[in-house]
Design a protein. Sequence first.
Length: 79
Amino acid sequence: DSSTSTATKFEQMSIEIRRGKGLGDTWVKMLMVSVDIFFPRLGLLAERCDVGIGAVRGLERLVPGAGCLEGDQVKSQSA
C-alpha cells in the first residue's frame, strides 16, 4: 500500500507481532529486520531502526555501508 507511510506500516506491524503470546520488543526487532531484508522496497527500517548497539556489527555485516553507525558509535565500535 503506497498510501501508507513506512512509519505507519512499521507501527502497525509491531502491534500485530506483539499480539502473539510471548512476543515482545526483541521479536519485533528480529522480525522487522528480517522483513526489511527480504522486502527492501518496503523501506521499513529507512526511518526507524530500533536496534541495540550489540546488534550493529551483525547488521553491518548483513548490509555493508548501510550507515547503522553514526558519529561516536563508529568510534566506540572500531576501538
